[in-house]
Design a protein around this ligand. Structure first.
Ligand code: AHR
Length: 500
């Protein structure tokens, strides 16, 4: 494949918030995940220091909390102040001790250096309860909730800028689900009250890539919304599909941007695309792909990290296929940076997260390193490159049919000061290496070329407790020269940086 790059052909500047994360009261994401007051690995606030250190390396811009479906029966007042009672979490059917609430969440955001993004209860909650939460977080001292925050030990407001009304309230599984007609009205009244309390906040609302649902929402609420929130978990798989797991994951990548295109089209048609951006605030592969196996080494037994609360959280194995998938979706987000301004990988830790937390430490899964590469080594200006020729691979699409896709997926970026060009290149071929010819003569006649490669010995490689197969290797490829050709290893995710 040959990629031709012209730094004048800009798609746009991507928002850092595309590399956001999500944290839900679900399995061991919070309790026994980021928050574990009894652990010797936690700080005085009960937050795991090893997790904080790993997350800081990713420069996470924004963290959505507390759900997910959890939020649709969560009452924030249960999670603040000295007197807190455990409550039964009606969604996930476990007891939530409420020891991690708004103050603890904001402390965690401060510790990892990110913006908080609070999703409110539009299931069993009221619009007034939402605006009371905004008052608790953002008003200086006016009103009983701001004074409650001060009494709870935080004199300064939390200044939470990003809020969302509801989570997947269109879904039959969601507690307090709403009909399309109810939703627009409900969100408008919530948005009105929230923005009366703090006009500076940015507001999103749960939506679908569906014209009818979004029309109802946008017709009633577009004056109040800054974002429209959509989610996607890719899991369609054909029962008779005999392709390898890696090839099935690659097959799913044929329609990664479908939902973005649908929502953007509607925003365009309604003349709203300059004002309302897409928050893709939950995304990932679903569990079906991941073998439920646990490597128990270093004296950590299953009993030590599984409690009745989290019987399903058994550290499935996440492989290079997850890494290639995640890189593919981050490429799509970058290419759509004019309409998508925020995205949250779901979740940050445990279940399908990029970090696995156990009582004696953490495991950095392959997806962790994808965020490391994208957040720390790509430029923020996305370029409209031109890829031509090159090999293809035939894989299985979600219906089980054969589909042929380019073997390499390339995203080109630069920086405003133009000091370098950085390409993200991932290989959708699990077996063979492929050559990439890079043509950017106008840009970098003699610049130094460095290649960072995330990979393991096979497409099934994973990291687990006492088992590290996946890591980043750095290679110096010398000076750029016209017609330069780079070999891209099978099932790898790479960044190629060319200094100007
Ligand atoms: O991550 C689990 C659930 O998946 C979230 O609670 C929900 O928003 C999504 O459907």
């Amino acid at each position: 494949m040959k990629v031709t790059i012209d730094a004048e052909r800009r798609i746009g500047v991507r928002d850092r918030m595309l590399y956001g994360q999500f944290l839900e009261h679900f399995h061991r994401q919070v309790y026994g995940g980021v928050f574990d007051p009894g652990s010797p690995l936690s700080n005085g606030d009960g937050l795991r220091e090893d997790v904080i250190e790993a997350v800081r390396r990713l420069d996470v811009p924004i963290l959505r909390w507390p759900g997910g479906c959890f939020v649709s029966s969560y009452h924030w007042l249960d999670g603040v102040g000295a007197e807190r009672e455990p409550v039964f979490d009606k969604m996930w059917r476990v007891e939530d001790p409420n020891t991690f609430g708004t103050d603890e969440y904001v402390k965690f955001c401060r510790a990892i250096g990110c913006e908080p993004y609070i999703c409110t209860n539009a299931g069993t909650g009221t619009q007034e309860e939402m605006s009371d939460w905004v008052e608790y977080c953002n008003l200086d001292h006016e009103g009983r909730y701001a004074r409650m925050r001060i009494a709870n030990g935080s004199r300064e407001p939390f200044a939470v800028k990003y809020w969302s009304v509801g989570n997947e309230n269109w879904g039959a599984w969601e507690i307090g689900a709403k009909t399309r007609d109810e939703w627009g009205h409900f969100v408008r009244e919530a948005a009105k009250m929230i923005k009366h309390v703090d006009p500076t906040v940015e507001l999103s609302a749960a939506a679908l890539p569906d014209v009818d649902w979004n029309l109802g929402l946008l017709r009633q609420c577009s004056d109040y919304l800054d974002w429209i929130s959509i989610h996607q978990y890719w899991d369609a798989i054909h029962e008779t599909n005999n392709a390898s797991k890696f090839d099935q994951v690659v097959g799913m990548m044929t329609d990664l941007d479908g939902n973005i295109v649908k929502v953007r089209g509607l925003l365009d048609a309604l003349g709203l695309s300059d004002r309302i951006r897409i928050a893709f605030d939950e995304w990932n592969l679903r569990e079906w792909y991941h073998p439920k196996a646990v490597t128990i080494e270093q004296g950590v037994t299953k009993d030590e990290y599984l409690t009745p609360r989290d019987g399903n959280d058994d550290n499935s194995l996440y492989t290079m296929a997850d890494a290639v998938f995640s890189a593919g979706f981050l490429n799509v987000l970058n290419r759509n940076c004019r309409s998508v301004g925020m995205a949250c990988f779901s979740p940050l830790v445990n279940t399908r997260g990029c970090i696995f937390v156990h009582p004696k430490g953490i495991v950095l899964r392959p997806t962790y390193f994808v965020f490391d590469l994208y957040a720390n080594h790509l430029g923020d200006v996305v370029l409209d490159d031109w890829c031509a020729g090159g090999d293809t691979v035939t894989v299985a699409d979600p219906s089980g049919a054969d589909v042929t896709v380019p073997a390499l997926d390339v995203l080109s970026t630069t920086w405003e000061d133009g000091h370098a060009v950085a390409l993200a290149v991932s290989s959708r071929d699990r077996a063979r290496a492929h050559g990439l010819e890079i043509s950017l003569d106008e840009l970098a006649p003699h610049g130094k070329v460095t290649m960072l490669t995330l990979n393991g010995p096979s497409e099934e490689s994973y990291n687990d407790i006492g088992h590290t197969d996946v890591s980043i290797a750095t290679r110096d490829l010398g000076a750029y020269h016209p017609g330069m050709r780079v070999d891209v290893d099978p099932h790898s995710v790479n960044i190629i940086e060319i200094q100007r």
